[in-house]
Write a protein that binds this ligand. Sequence first.
Ligand SMILES: [Fe+2]
Ligand SMILES: [Fe+2]
Length: 370
Amino acid sequence: MTEKKHIGIFGGVFNPPHIGHLAVAECARDFLNLNTVYWVPSGNPPHKRISDQVSKEMRLKLVNAVVEGNSSFRIFADEMERGGITYSIETARKIKKLNPDSEIYFLLGTDAYISLPTWQSIDELMRLVHFVVYPRGRESAPNLKSSHAIFLDAHNVDLSSSDIRDKLSILCSVRYLVPEAVLQIIEDEALYTSELNSGMRKHIDAVERASVYLAELWGIPPWAARLAAKYHDAYKSFSAVECVKILERRGEIPDDFERKSAPLLHGKVAAERIEMIAQRRGYDDSIWSDIANAVRYHTTGREGMSELEKLLMVADRFGKDWNELSEIPVNPKVAIRFVLKRKMEILKQKGVVPLPAAISACREHGVEIQ
Ligand SMILES: [Fe+2]
Ligand SMILES: [Fe+2]
């Protein structure tokens, strides 16, 4: 009698696939002695909304690049080709049909495992496959019953595809976080950075340079200034509605006034993002809240701004009011007064009433409100 084959099903959005996915797939292959691990890019799963920033074809190309690097990995693109909501049971049936005499192992994260009772045709799925649970996220999953599952001794890589997309959206390197072949495609196709047009890229680059320059002059840690500059306009291309949605998802409810004001909201969304990163990393350092506040108030300023808050406001004007770094006033008080004055002039030209935070900042720095 020939030994039964062992087949793994590894579903995911893979937008993009990263080293965390590879570590899980390889661990399962090794631990369960799998002959094949089918990577199944999700089509339209019932439990998750897929960001449409990247096309299905492109996700397929990214997953293909991953599986090509391992002879035990294969792609199963059926869910992508199916229309409507795609259920795992259909995928399991098809893979079982392709491999009738095999044991099928269905990989899923702790979060998905908890939601299993709500899955379509769960009883049939339980008869067809063995569930293999891998750790996901920092929290340990409560009340996991082991009677129907194998718990994989995989490393919990604290990395998600949205982390990768966020890093790329602020033009940070993701090298070593994704396989080299995936990185190649991301770079060649400029994936996940398309929200930023070339004008915005130039602006962020200029603000970054000015921030680091001023940080050295004003005795502020340059890494903090650079981080603030990188993030400050990361959400500038988002509409007010999109910004509000993001904030609401994070449990932050903007007031009526903020809801209508995209120029204010883009800083707030980016600041929230920075605070979330600090929290996840366990950075309880006041400099991280300073960075977040610099980003939050970079458009209006406020009363009692920190040096970093002033720095970002001043650096944000580089390329508009000064073309050479040496043209920026060296004295922080002079520089911030100049910027606030310019902002008031611009608002006056546009016939826009300054916001209360901007008025307080102007009063503090002796700038006349026009
Ligand atoms: Fe901005
Ligand atoms: Fe800006």
